[in-house]
Design a protein around this ligand. Structure first.
Ligand SMILES: *Cc1c(COP(=O)(O)O)cnc(C)c1O
Length: 378
């Protein structure tokens, strides 16, 4: 059996090696490392894949969020609402820009931002909502867009974990994750569902003016070289990463299906075990399983994690500390116990290996090892 990893980038690479090597070789041959034709090509391919008007590639997913907020003209003092149960980048850029992050609790079953709490957190100072499509399925974008319209708020989707997923509206429309709000942001970090071989990210929008502005900001706020109309940043996707992404984008639906196949296996084998709660699928989004995250109830998580590790199975805790309890985000507005769902999730969650290269043998080995642990403990 091949070694089991949380994410198996090497096995995935070997299957597309010839094409990837050739395309990277092409970049080396032309030596247009920044803003070369490969970047343009990937941008167009992704626009088609997502059915969105504008893709603006950038250097990473964190920058994507920051640039989106800059392009919307958010100003210090503006309140931006997001979930406390997410990766730090979401709140980090809000704080970096001098905006005020307003955190709200998660839904205990879907792990996604709680719509009730989101609505309750809206004040006259609120300017934007940043839903996070955590672990690979979309937050309730129908409810979020309704709230945004009612209160005149911007919506920036953090789709770093959800590329390939889509949201289904009640009227039958379906839209790709990240193409619903004013902006959508994603990350091409290697372990993400569409990962490159370094850092990368992108911003999506259907608004021509916002696209224009974001395109200027990624490149030092200039449209005409050396004429700077905005304060910008340097955040570019390089041509080698674009070449890799272009090859991998063709396989993204296959990768998503393989992740779902692994999730299906986990579901079938684990759903009847007392104390293990398999992840819920919300009805209005398809799930691309960036993570397959269990909740443990009455099972010693540390002991299980250690047991699995000893048998060569990595399992990770995403995330061990909600944002309002992180040292850097201490704030008089928040105290322990404020967001009970996120605090409870942080104690209960355990994510199993999840990627496109898990074979039957590995999957059965993982679920049988979990069953062995449960049997030994009772
Ligand atoms: C990975 C991630 C980011 C940041 O992406 P980088 O490319 O690592 O900067 C932002 N938000 C979420 C939810 C993420 O998982």
């Amino acid at each position: 059996m091949r070694d089991i990893q949380m994410v198996d980038l090497k096995s995935q690479y070997l299957k597309i090696k010839e094409e990837v090597d050739e395309r990277i070789g092409g970049v080396l041959d032309t030596s247009t490392f920044i803003n070369g034709p490969e970047v343009r090509r990937f941008q167009t391919e992704l626009e088609t894949y997502l059915d969105v008007k504008h893709v603006i590639p950038c250097a990473n997913g964190t920058d994507a969020l920051q640039i989106a907020m800059m392009a919307l003209g958010l100003k210090p003092g503006d309140e931006v609402i997001t979930t406390t149960f997410t990766f730090v980048a979401t709140a980090e850029v809000i704080a970096l820009l001098g905006l005020t992050p307003v955190l709200v609790d998660a839904d205990p079953e879907s792990f996604l931002i709680s719509i009730e709490q989101l609505e309750a957190a809206i004040t006259p100072k609120t300017k934007a909502i940043v839903p996070v499509h955590l672990f690979g399925q979309c937050a309730d974008m129908e409810a979020i867009m309704e709230l945004a319209e009612k209160h005149n708020l911007f919506v920036i989707e953090d789709g770093a974990q959800s590329i390939g997923s889509s949201f289904h509206f009640k009227n039958g429309d379906s839209k790709a994750s990240g193409t619903i709000g004013d902006f959508g942001c994603t990350s091409f970090f290697p372990s993400k569902n569409l990962g490159c071989y370094g850092d990368g990210g992108a911003i999506f929008t259907n608004d021509d003016q916002l696209a224009d502005k974001a395109r200027m900001i990624v490149n030092h706020g200039m449209k005409v070289r050396y004429y700077h109309d905005e304060i910008g940043v340097n955040s570019r996707l390089d041509s080698i990463q674009a070449a890799v992404l272009s090859v991998k984008l063709k396989n993204l639906n296959h990768y998503s299906n393989e992740r779902r196949r692994a999730a299906w296996h986990y579901d079938q084998e684990l759903k009847d075990i007392d104390g293990i709660i398999t992840p819920k699928r919300v009805i209005n989004s398809c799930h691309v399983f960036h993570q397959y995250t269990l909740k443990l109830n009455g099972i010693d998580r540390a002991a299980l994690q250690e047991y699995l590790m000893a048998k060569g199975i990595p399992a990770m805790i995403y995330y061990p500390v909600p944002l309002h309890q992180q040292k850097a985000y201490q704030d008089d507005r928040y105290k322990d116990g404020q967001f009970p769902v996120a605090e409870q999730l942080a104690k209960e969650v355990l994510s199993l290996p999840m990627h496109s290269e898990l074979d039957e043998e590995q999957l059965f080995y993982i679920t049988n090892t979990i069953k062995e642990f449960i049997k030994e403990k009772i």
